[in-house]
Design a protein around this ligand. Sequence first.
Ligand code: FES
Length: 580
Amino acid sequence: MKDSRGKTADDLRSARWFAPDDLRSFGHRSRMMQLGYSEEEFRGRPIIGILDTWSELNSCHSHFPERVKDVKRGVQMAGGLPVQMPALSVDESFTKPTSMLYRNLLAMEAEEIIRSHPLDGVVLMGGCDKTTPGLVMGAITAGIPFIYLPAGPMLRGHYAGRILGSGSDAWKFWDERRAGNISDEEWLGVQGGIARSAGTCMTMGTASTMTAITDALGLTLPGASSIPAADAGHQRMGSACGRRIVEMVWEDLTPDRIITDASVQNAAIVAMATGCSTNAVVHLIAMARRAGVDLTLEDLDALGRTTPLVANVRPSGKEYLMEDFFYAGGLRALMKQMEERIDTSCVTVTGKTLGENLEGAEVYNDDVIRPLSNPVYHEGSLAVLRGNLCPDGAVIKPAACDPKYYNHEGPALVFDSYPEMKAAVDDPDLDVTPDHVMVLRNAGPQGGPGFPEWGMLPIPTALVKQGHRDMLRISDARMSGTSYGACVLHVAPESFVGGPLGLLKTGDIVRLDLANRRLDMLVDEDEIERRRATWTPPEPRFQRGWGWMFSKHVGQADTGCDFDYLQRDFGVAAGEPDIF
Ligand code: FES
């Protein structure tokens, strides 16, 4: 077999394991035969790893055992040998203290699985929030051809005639329950109806944001991120991934040809147009840096100011969910509308340009995917703030909060830990008004630990009962992509490592000035310095194990929270040492 670039079976990476006439390769061949393969099945044909992040506690990936079969079918049709390789599942719902503590572990695992095994190409199977960036970061560094297979969103939630959206409606119904407006029976009904099929959260949360970004980067089959998990088209997409990755191996279509400054810019624009999760900031920066693209918070803020939000999908939109987005034409249709703003010459996993992939794409419902002339918001998917509370940046999602908080001054109500805050918000005597600015600190990458999604701080019950559903909140935590409200997040540097959020006191006046992208405490500079001089670092969160390693090496939010020693420019250049 030979492709247009002249790659032959002898050039296959797996040939290094199986071709030489020496004792070590004899061992490799004999062990493949122990697995039941004859030589003609594993020699001279691409061996395709299927990195499968399935587990029995990952509800979003519960269809993966079936989907692996579809991928294998495709690989075999194209003349490759598929091998399933389990990888860390990193489920969002059950992993404590937070799945973000383990994104880099998955990235390391993916990289090393690929590097250490006789694989010529890889299909990455993920979708639940951190699995997408984790797999992609590792595969970028490993450097061999890969294609990403997104898990696909679950079907719309449903209860008593109401359509329910992942996360967003859970928060809303929880507030109504705290306010005494819904019964236990209704609450249980929502619990049973909000997640009713395999697949990822079906709002434009972090999962849908990250798979859309991966699609826009050119790392999935065109539009694959929009196909619901339960749709038969998702099975066909799985098989197509299997067929295509075999061709990619022969074409030597490696990720460095796909992920470029231009494709990262495309992905950021598409993220803004979809009303992306704030988590996109952290993950896209980390993914881009693995590919040598230095995406900054300022780049993202500039795109946030100029990119209209056209995907009318919750939580930024009022009504629709990912299933509606798919029926309206999906990401291909959205990107077709953005064609003048993106670089359509970028190469993708199809071997064609982005522009070629978008040919024929159409919007079928222009209320779900709005025209640029009638967006949901003219700007505002994300904004990056600076100021004396966040010298290295903070993030807010203006489209998901009440505009009255865009310019706000109020007294701080500061909590040092989540348990302290949780106890206080239910206290009927809590001294709080709607003008207060709730602050949670020690919730960043080091302090959380692991940068948990605590940033949508609960509105105090006393205010909820008065009918309030939003207030200005600030933390060095992240928030779920399905969350909403006037929440300033990712304050950097985090308080746990000496960031100025740690110097704020209850009663200090805080000012948010969104138009000027400022977040400040109105405290005299001399007083800030006095407080800084007496600040003492907290005890480390971990003394051993993964947590200790994480604490030693994780970066701050503005740099994507990758580990220092995993970044592209650390030590020797990324690549594959010839160690055998
Ligand atoms: Fe898996 Fe939301 S919990 S995508």
